[in-house]
Design a protein around this ligand. Sequence first.
Ligand SMILES: [Zn+2]
Length: 232
Amino acid sequence: MLVLGILLACTFLFALLAAVGGSYVAHAELQQAADIAAAVIERSPGDAPRERADALARANGADEVRVAELDGGSRLRIVVVGRAPAAFGMRRGARIEAEAFATLPPPVGDGGPNPPGVYAGPLEVVDGVRVCPTVAAAYRRMDGAASRDGITLTPTSGFRGYAEQAALYASLGPGLAAPPGASRHHDATELDINVGPAGSPTHSWLRDHGPSFGFVQRYSWEPWHWGYVAGC
Ligand SMILES: [Zn+2]
């Protein structure tokens, strides 16, 4: 009886150690997947860092990946999720997680007349203002829908280059204009639209329908400023 008891205890202990050991190894592998994703993202500037981090972690064994932007998008938190291995009849499936952080490299300069981070691709004119072709197409769809509802959209500003923003900043000051280099109007995704006061028919229409065309009001205190979320 005593021998049987000792045997059972030993078996239990061994199973426990194997399970813990297996999880430990699995966790180390998962941590490696997170670390690799973070290290590659830190060293390679480029588009869609979140998607790339996700793909890298999965390629290195993660079952599930969550990527969150931190510090206004300058850092990523990469959480990878995996499963502990099966051991001694225990169901495979204990969730294990590992995380890593990546500081995003500065955007690659485009070699154009604008400093890095300022859009330098093609521009199209819609209703008198310039935006990139993707945004122009989305705006035309939205403008058409607005017209059918009896709403006239009148943009007053679109893309602004660095020098234009510098001039605007000099004339309007820090209360009304962003400093050159810091304005979203450099992205060619933004439109200032003459909506009148917040809650006006035009503003209400945009609030109700803008998102279905990809546009959102960027700042709660600027009812006129609408940005195309998906980018150029
Ligand atoms: Zn604006």
